[in-house]
Ligand binder design. Structure first.
Ligand SMILES: [Zn+2]
Ligand SMILES: [Zn+2]
Length: 573
């Protein structure tokens, strides 16, 4: 968790240096380091310090390693504190608005004395921003949109951040003696793509010890409540975490109750009433006698209703109870079903690691294959490959495959779908590759028809096997672009083009509901991580969660197939 906290501080340093118009290289170095820390958010920084391996993190040189140590031992960085002292009030709040960079924020705070977002919103509504030197009407429009976006996304935390925070808290609490059962509940346990707060349930013979330990964890910023069986804190990341101690005989009931969803639980309650039962967070009871008939385990509760255990990811009252009653719940895909990752960037383009290191890491994960899909030529910002570089890469990977025995590297590309729907490489090049994914990275502001047509045209190319991140959304940055998904599904099915569930935590694209619609339309999917570092390969887990929420089974996902079968199943040429 420290990784994300430190990344935030480094990003702020970059912002603060930017208003001082400091050396752009220095600014970029801080941003790059922050980005890399976010990428390795699951790794233990303190452990890296102990092993003297900090400088192995890309972008962390000698100076930043010192600052990292300073942050870990004092919780602060002096440079950051000094810069903050010299910064006008509210400045950081202003640059949090998408569309407001450090320069604009400086202008707004100096010329209009704007100190917070509410003030900014009022000025924008009164059209007092356009007309400032260098600020156009368009900037004002973007600021209005940015404020709306920020207000909407601020209330919720992205799944991956909440997930790692909860894991950290659970691991810390397990160290306290007397903690028996422990589990996150709530929308986090349902693996919703964003969560409002984190709920954790424990059973313990020493509730007081657990509560005291919880409110004293190092990530606690503020204690909101501290009772005998319930405590709430706000973490340094700004997430509220509620901890409840429950009786072992009620653990299952509490888990079901606090996992929700509300809609799912309402339906169970209605079924209980019909059977003369009462269900709550303590158990299932006969109304007449008050006798408790279930509560220790969740499966025990579902059993009372004649239901199999319903996976938390499905508990949204979207037909799962009806399907369960008929014995028709799908057998959801599991992490262990995945046989390979199909979208990984290497150091040939903007990835951090060599193909060989990636291949060995994938082998360790138990995969049989990995497709290295670097960017294509027009995406120069991501160091896309020229045709010449690509053919060199093909040769090298062929040689590498002879050396690697247990895993097969597929030569691929993430080819850009250009503005008119044509592809960034000619067919003669694409046909030499094992796996081709096509993606839109530019022109998000086109009309729905244009964006849909571009994607359709790409799918009709006989060499394109899959469409990456089909809606382009990037959580906390931008919404999905306008695209006619129903049409995309039909063409995907007709051309046997797979659609990707991009497992990168800010993308999760397609999302759960789109996955379900895709399946209903007979579309096959792939789950890929879009990794740019080896540690990001672990994000596969979040992609599998999206698939589970979309009711997908092993047979719906192409990269659950062993290599030979996979090659037979993908688009034929
Ligand atoms: Zn991409
Ligand atoms: Zn990519």
């Amino acid at each position: 968790m420290k990784n994300l906290e430190l990344a935030k501080v480094l990003n702020q340093i970059a912002d603060l240096l930017e208003i001082k118009e400091e050396n752009p290289f220095r600014i970029r170095a801080y941003r790059k380091a922050a980005q890399n820390l976010e990428d390795i958010s699951s790794e233990d920084l303190e452990k890296l310090v102990r092993e003297d391996r900090l400088t192995e993190i890309p972008g962390i040189g000698h100076d930043l390693a010192l600052k990292t140590k300073e942050f870990l031992s004092t919780g602060k960085i002096k440079l950051h504190q000094d810069l903050l002292k010299k910064t006008p009030a509210g400045f950081l709040e202003l640059i949090a608005v998408p569309g407001v960079g450090p320069k604009t924020a400086k202008l707004l705070s100096e010329k209009l004395k704007i100190k917070d977002i509410n003030q900014l919103e009022r000025y924008a509504a009164a059209h007092k921003i356009a007309g400032l030197p260098g600020l156009k009407e368009k900037t004002e429009e973007n600021i209005v949109k940015g404020i709306e976006f920020l207000k909407r996304t601020r209330e919720r935390t992205p799944l991956a951040v909440a997930y790692y925070t909860a894991n950290h808290v659970v691991a810390q609490l397990k160290k306290i003696s007397g903690v028996n059962k422990i589990s996150p509940a709530g929308s986090l346990r349902r693996m919703k793509e964003t969560v409002r707060d984190i709920d954790i349930l424990v059973t313990s013979v020493h509730p007081k010890k657990v509560m005291d330990g919880f409110v004293n964890l190092s990530l606690v910023q503020e204690v909101l409540a501290h009772g005998v069986t319930k405590a709430s804190i706000r973490s340094s990341e700004g997430i509220q975490i509620d901890l409840r101690v429950v009786e072992p005989s009620s653990f299952g009931a509490a888990l079901a109750y606090f996992t929700g969803s509300k809609e799912h639980n309402i339906k169970l309650r209605k079924m209980a009433v019909k059977k003369g039962l009462k269900i709550n967070e303590y158990g299932v009871f006969r109304v007449k006698s008050g006798r408790k008939i279930a509560g220790k385990t969740e499966s025990g509760i579902y059993e009372i209703f004649g239901l199999p255990f319903i996976p938390p990811e499905m508990r949204e009252d979207l037909g799962e109870i009806e399907a369960g009653l008929k014995g028709k719940l799908p057998g959801l895909i599991e992490m262990g079903n995945i046989k390979g990752d199909l979208h990984v960037h290497s150091d040939y383009s903007d990835g951090a690691d060599s193909v060989e290191d990636i291949a060995r890491a994938c082998q360790k994960m138990g995969y049989q294959y990995v497709a290295i899909c670097d960017h294509s030529q027009s995406l120069s910002i991501a160091r896309g490959l020229s045709p010449k570089e690509l053919s060199k890469k093909i040769d090298r990977i062929k040689k590498l495959n002879k050396k690697l025995k247990k895993i097969r590297v597929l030569v691929g590309t993430e080819v850009d779908i250009l503005g008119d729907g044509s592809l960034d490489y000619k067919d003669e090049i694409l046909k030499q590759l094992d796996f081709v994914i096509a993606a839109i990275h530019t022109g998000f502001k086109q009309t729905e028809k244009q964006l849909t047509d571009r994607t359709v045209k790409a799918m009709k190319n006989r060499y394109v096997h899959a469409i990456a991140h089909p809606t382009g959304r990037l959580m906390e940055v931008r919404d999905a672009y306008k695209i006619d998904l129903e049409k995309i599904f039909k063409v995907a099915r007709d051309t046997n083009t797979a659609l990707e569930i991009n497992a990168f935590p800010a993308r999760l694209d397609l999302n759960d509901r789109a996955c379900q619609r895709a399946k209903e339309n007979g579309v096959r999917l792939v789950i890929s991580t879009d990794s740019h570092t080896i540690s990001q390969l672990n994000n596969m887990f979040f992609g599998v969660s999206v698939a589970k929420r979309g009711w997908l089974e092993k047979k719906d996902i192409l990269n659950t197939l062993p290599l030979e079968k996979f090659f037979k199943a993908i688009k034929h040429r």
